[in-house]
Design a protein around this ligand. Structure first.
Ligand code: DC
Length: 221
């Protein structure tokens, strides 16, 4: 039986940074489900399909195949045979992923793939609906949060470090909009599973969060 850790929370709460580090320390595979929704979004963007055009999205879905591979623990996302990992980490794709992940036709395909992975592998999987929909029987569920101000500052620092010009207020506005959409959509909205531990990371640094998570995991392992 595989051991599954589900991490959910809003954009910028620190899920992927923490999950990556924990996966390394525990010898688990880190599954970044946001990257799958981003790859899908990248397909829609590059094929000029609007997020509002549900019929076009539904018609395009059968043409999209997404898969994951791992190289030294690093996840690569493949879209119709092309490694798109380098193209999906920007705000345009992130916002498109948030806007197109509302459609059940998009979600069904990806949820199946995620569940398949977790069946056979010890995973730390992060996203929005992992503890509630994808892995309702996960061994450990953690819901990570942080204030929108802290999350905006983290994203701002990340972008600045990459040399991207950006505006802190714009980023916070985007984050608040994205939270609203992710939490209020009809299908699999972002919410804390009843049996998830809630961890507010606003006042913690990376090691602080990793240690808090390890304590939670050790309790059930
Ligand atoms: O975690 P992220 O920023 O890479 O995710 C991008 C978008 O994808 C997010 O705003 C909502 C969507 N998403 C989702 O609906 N369900 C998931 N399990 C992961 C991401």
């Amino acid at each position: 039986m595989s051991f599954n850790i589900a991490i959910d929370g809003p954009a910028g709460a620190g899920k992927s940074t923490i999950a990556k580090q924990l996966a390394k320390e525990l010898g688990f595979v880190y599954v970044d489900t946001g990257a799958m929704y981003r790859a899908f979004a990248y397909y829609f963007l590059t094929n000029n399909i609007s997020a509002a055009d549900e019929a076009a999205i539904a018609a395009a879905c059968p043409n999209v195949t997404i898969s994951l591979t791992y190289e030294d623990g690093v996840q690569n996302v493949w879209l119709n045979g092309e490694n798109v990992s380098g193209f999906i980490r920007n705000e345009e794709v992130g916002n498109m992923a948030s806007a197109t992940s509302v459609y059940p036709v998009v979600r069904t395909k990806l949820v199946e793939l995620q569940q398949e992975l977790a069946k056979t592998t010890d995973v730390i999987m992060d996203g929005r609906d992992i503890g509630t929909v994808v892995l309702p029987n996960a061994d450990v569920k953690i819901y990570m949060t942080a204030s929108s101000t802290v999350r905006a500052k983290r994203r701002f620092d990340e972008l600045v470090a990459k040399g991207v010009e950006c505006d802190l207020d714009e980023i916070e506005k985007d984050i608040i909009e994205r939270d609203y959409r992710d939490m209020n959509r009809e299908t699999s909205p972002l919410k804390k599973a009843d049996d998830a531990y809630e961890l507010d990371t606003s006042e913690l640094d990376i090691d602080g969060v990793v240690n808090a998570m390890k304590e939670i995991i050790e309790k059930v392992r």
